[in-house]
Design a protein around this ligand. Structure first.
Ligand code: MN
Length: 733
C-alpha cells in the first residue's frame, strides 16, 4: 500500500486542531504556544515511527492528550506532558532536552511516566512490583497517573491490532490494576470503558453475549424510561427546577459481573439502567434541593426503604456525591433513581481532575485526596514489603468500599468493608490493638473478629496481659493491623527461640555433639528446616525429637549412607524438556512425560483455549483462558505461565459438566439418560437430578473428547421436550 504522506500531514494537523478546541476553555495566556511547541517536538521525534495498525505514531500521543483534555480535564502542563509522554522512552529525546525546552515540572512528570512504562512493559517482572512503582510515582504528582490512565485507555481502544497473547496480558493488567485505579480516583467514565474493553479481550464471548442482548432490548427499555420520566418531568418543571432527566444503562462489565456473582440470567437483572436526575442549583442549596427532588419522586413512586443511599451527607472517599433511591416503577419494576447536581455529576464522571474546577467549594475534598495519598505513602513505607501480599492488602484497603465507625468519644474512623473490631483497635493505636481482648459495639460485648458495620460505635477493651496471637492474622484485613501483628509475633518468636537455643545446646551436649554453627546448620539442613531460629523455636515448643538428633549423629559419622533427602526434578526443567525447541507446551499426548493436571476450577477440555500454569507443588495446571482465575494468574505471575495447545489426533477423554434446567416433564430424566448412553463414546461419571415444585435441575458429569463433542451433545439435549436450558458448568459436581 502506498502511503500518502501529504494527506497524513494534513490529518495530523487536523487532529491537533481538534485537541486545541477541546482544551481551549481552560487555557491561559501563553499556554497555546507551549502546547504548540510540545506538539512540534513530538511530531518531529516520532516522525519515522508507526503504530501496529500502520498509522503514524504521533496519532497516539495526540489521542492521549485529547483524552486528558476532554475526559480528565487536565490543563496545559498535563497536555504538554501527554504529547511528550513517549518521547524520552522511544526516541532520541532525553530528559535533559525536555528540561531545557519545557522546564523542571514537565520533565519530572515525563520521568515518572517513563519509569512506569519501563517497568510494566517488561513481561518477566512481577505485577505487584509494578503496582508499587505506579503508586510511588503517583504520590509524586497525580498527573503522572492520570496521563498513564489516558495512555492505557487509548492503547485499550486500539488493542485489536495486537497479537492475541499481548491482548490477553494488557487486558488482564487493565482489569487488575488500571480500572481499580481509575475507580479510586473517581474517573468513572474511564473506569467503565477500561472494564468493558478489558472484558472484551479477556472474555469476548461473555462480552458480546451481553452487548447483543443489550442492543436487542434497547427499544423496549427506551419506551419504559419514557413512561417513567414523563410525569416527573412535568412536576419538576412546575416546581421551577432546571434539570435533566434521562435513563443511563449499566456497563457491560457490571452486568456481566452480576450474572456471574449472583448467578442470575441477563433477563432477570432488574437494574440494567438507572434514571438520573441532574439539577442545576447553587452550591448552598444543593443538599436541600436534592432532597426536595427525592420527596417529589417518592410522592409519585413508592421507594424501597432499604435502598436509600445518601452520599451527599457523607461522600465516598473517591469524592462521589449523589442521592440514590430505588422505587417501584410502572409494570411492577424496581428502578434505581440517582439525584445529583451538575457539579456532583461532573465530579462523578471526571473525578478529582474536575475538583480543580470547583476549587473554592471543594477545599475539604482536596484534603480528602491528600489524605488518600498519605495513606498510600504510609503503606509503601511498610518495612516488610512482600510485594504480592502488599498488593492484596493494598487493593483491599484502597479499592474496596469503605465504612465509617465511631469511637466512644464520637471520632470517626474510616475502614475498608470487612474490617473487624480488631482492625478498629489497631486503627486507634498499635498498643490498643496489641492488648485488645474484646470490644463493645453499640454497648454490646462482641468478639475480636466482629465484622464492623457502618455507623457502629466501638469501645475497645484492653488488658496489659494480652499479646497478639497467631490466629489474629485471620481476624484482620487492614494492612496496618496485619503488619503490626506480624512484627509482634516475630518478636515473640525470637524470645521463644532464645529459650529453645539453650534446650538445643543441652541436647547436643548429651549426644556428644559440639554446639557449633556448622553443626547447627547441618542439622537444620538434615531436617529441612529453613533457619536455626526456626529450629530453636521448635525445640522450645518440644517439637525436636531426641531420635532425630541420634539419626543425625549416625548420618554425620557415615555420610555415604543415603540420607533422608530425595531428589525431586525441577518443574522448570520438565517444562523445558517437554517443550523441546518450540516454546509451546503441547498437552494431550504422553501424559506420563510431563506432570500436568487439568485444573478443577475450569475443567478444560480439548478445543478450549488454554494456558499452562506452573504451580508450586502440583506440577503444571492447565486452565481455560476464560477461567475465573485466569486474570489474576496472568497478570500476577506472567513468568509462570506457559503457552499451551492441544494435540488434535488423540482420543483421550476428559471430564466435563453439564447443567440442565427444565420443567418437570414426565419421563424427562429417562429421555436424557437414554440420549447420553446412546451417544457414541460418552461415558457418564455421575448424574444428579433435583425436582422442586414442577421445576427440574440436573447435573451430569461426563467424559468427552473435545468441545465439538460436548457441544454436539448439548445441542441434542436442548431439543428434548421440557428442557429450557442446557449449559456447561465449571465446578466439579
Ligand atoms: Mn503511550
Amino acid at each position: 500500500m502506498k502511503i500518502d504522506l501529504e494527506a497524513e500531514r494534513k490529518e495530523i494537523l487536523n487532529r491537533y486542531k481538534i485537541l486545541i478546541q477541546a482544551c481551549k476553555r481552560r487555557l491561559e495566556k501563553g499556554d497555546k504556544e507551549i502546547i504548540r511547541k510540545a506538539f512540534e517536538v513530538a511530531v518531529e521525534a516520532h516522525k519515522e515511527m508507526r503504530r501496529k495498525s500502520g498509522e503514524p505514531y504521533i496519532y497516539h500521543p495526540i489521542a492521549v492528550a485529547q483524552i486528558c483534555a476532554e475526559e480528565i480535564g487536565l490543563g496545559a502542563t498535563g497536555i504538554v506532558c501527554a504529547l511528550l509522554h513517549d518521547t524520552v522512552e522511544d526516541t532520541e529525546i532525553t530528559l535533559d532536552d525536555v528540561t531545557g525546552l519545557f522546564g523542571e515540572k514537565v520533565a519530572q512528570i515525563i520521568n515518572g511516566l517513563t519509569k512506569i512504562s519501563g517497568v510494566i512493559d517488561n513481561t518477566s517482572s512481577i505485577q505487584a512490583e509494578n503496582f508499587r512503582k505506579v503508586l510511588l510515582t503517583m504520590s509524586e504528582d497525580i498527573r503522572v497517573i492520570l496521563i498513564k490512565l489516558a495512555d492505557r485507555l487509548h492503547n485499550m481502544r486500539t488493542l485489536e491490532h495486537m497479537k492475541r497473547e499481548k491482548q490477553m496480558k494488557i487486558a488482564s493488567e487493565t482489569l487488575f490494576l488500571y480500572a481499580p485505579l481509575a475507580h479510586r480516583l473517581g474517573l468513572n467514565n474511564i473506569k467503565t470503558e477500561l472494564e468493558d474493553l478489558g472484558l472484551k479481550y479477556t472474555n469476548s464471548e461473555g462480552y458480546y453475549d451481553i452487548a447483543v442482548k443489550l442492543q436487542e432490548t434497547e427499544p423496549q427499555r427506551k419506551r419504559f424510561v419514557q413512561k417513567f420520566i414523563e410525569p416527573l418531568k412535568e412536576i419538576l418543571g412546575e416546581q421551577g427546577f432546571t434539570f435533566k432527566i434521562f435513563g443511563r444503562p449499566k456497563s457491560i462489565f457490571s452486568i456481566y459481573n452480576k450474572t456471574k456473582t449472583k448467578g442470575v440470567a441477563f433477563e432477570e437483572i432488574y437494574d440494567l439502567f438507572a434514571i438520573r436526575i441532574v439539577i442545576d442549583t447553587p452550591l448552598e442549596q444543593e443538599k436541600s434541593d436534592c432532597w426536595k427532588v427525592y420527596s417529589i419522586i417518592t410522592d409519585f413512586y413508592h421507594p424501597s426503604p432499604e435502598r436509600l443511599r445518601d452520599w451527599i451527607s457523607t461522600p465516598k472517599s473517591n469524592g462521589y456525591e449523589s442521592l440514590h433511591t430505588t422505587v417501584m416503577g410502572p409494570e411492577g419494576k424496581w428502578v434505581e433513581v440517582q439525584i445529583r447536581t451538575v457539579r456532583m455529576d461532573e465530579l462523578a464522571e471526571k473525578g478529582y481532575a474536575a475538583h480543580w474546577k470547583y476549587k473554592d467549594s471543594a477545599a475539604d475534598k482536596e484534603s480528602n485526596l491528600e489524605g488518600w495519598l498519605q495513606r498510600i505513602r504510609e503503606m509503601l513505607e511498610n518495612p516488610d514489603p512482600n510485594a504480592l501480599e502488599f498488593m492484596d492488602d493494598f487493593k483491599l484497603n484502597l479499592f474496596s468500599d469503605e465504612l465509617f465507625a465511631f469511637t466512644p468519644k464520637g471520632d470517626m474512623k474510616t475502614l475498608p468493608v470487612g474490617a473487624t473490631a480488631l482492625d478498629f483497635a489497631f486503627e486507634i493505636h498499635t498498643k490498643v490493638g496489641e492488648q485488645c481482648i474484646g470490644a463493645k459495639v453499640n454497648f454490646k460485648l462482641v468478639p475480636l473478629s466482629y465484622e464492623i458495620k457502618s455507623g457502629d460505635q466501638i469501645e475497645i477493651l484492653t488488658s496489659n496481659k494480652q499479646t497478639p496471637k497467631e490466629d489474629w492474622l485471620g481476624y484482620v484485613i487492614t494492612a496496618k493491623a496485619k503488619s503490626k501483628i506480624k512484627s509482634s509475633l516475630k518478636e515473640q518468636r525470637k524470645k521463644i527461640a532464645e529459650e529453645g537455643r539453650e534446650i538445643m545446646e543441652r541436647k547436643f551436649y548429651k549426644n556428644k555433639l559440639d554446639f557449633t554453627l556448622q553443626n547447627v546448620n547441618d542439622f537444620c539442613q538434615f531436617l529441612k528446616i529453613p533457619s536455626s531460629q526456626e529450629l530453636f523455636y521448635r525445640a522450645a515448643l518440644g517439637n525436636v525429637d531426641i531420635k532425630e538428633i541420634k539419626e543425625f549423629v549416625r548420618f554425620k559419622n557415615n555420610p555415604l549412607k543415603p540420607s533422608r533427602k530425595t531428589v525431586t526434578p525441577k518443574i522448570e526443567q520438565l517444562v523445558t524438556n517437554a517443550r523441546g525447541s518450540s516454546d509451546m507446551l503441547v498437552i494431550g499426548d504422553d501424559m506420563q512425560k510431563l506432570d500436568y493436571k487439568l485444573s478443577p476450577c475450569c475443567n478444560p477440555i480439548p478445543g478450549d483455549d488454554v494456558f499452562g500454569f506452573i504451580t508450586v507443588g502440583e506440577g503444571i495446571k492447565i486452565h481455560r483462558v476464560n477461567c475465573p482465575n485466569a486474570i489474576k494468574l496472568l497478570s500476577n505471575y506472567a513468568y509462570r505461565v506457559v503457552k499451551a495447545k492441544w494435540l488434535n489426533d488423540q482420543m483421550i477423554s476428559f471430564l466435563a459438566g453439564i447443567k440442565i434446567i427444565g420443567t418437570d416433564e414426565l419421563g424427562l430424566v429417562n429421555n436424557i439418560t437414554k440420549i447420553i448412553s446412546n451417544e457414541n463414546n460418552i461415558n457418564m461419571r455421575s448424574i444428579k437430578f433435583d425436582t422442586d415444585d414442577g421445576l427440574f435441575e440436573g447435573t451430569i458429569m461426563i467424559y468427552v473428547h473435545d468441545t465439538k463433542h460436548l457441544n454436539h451433545l448439548m445441542d441434542i439435549l436442548k431439543k428434548v421436550k421440557g428442557v429450557t436450558k442446557v449449559e456447561r458448568i465449571d465446578e466439579k459436581a
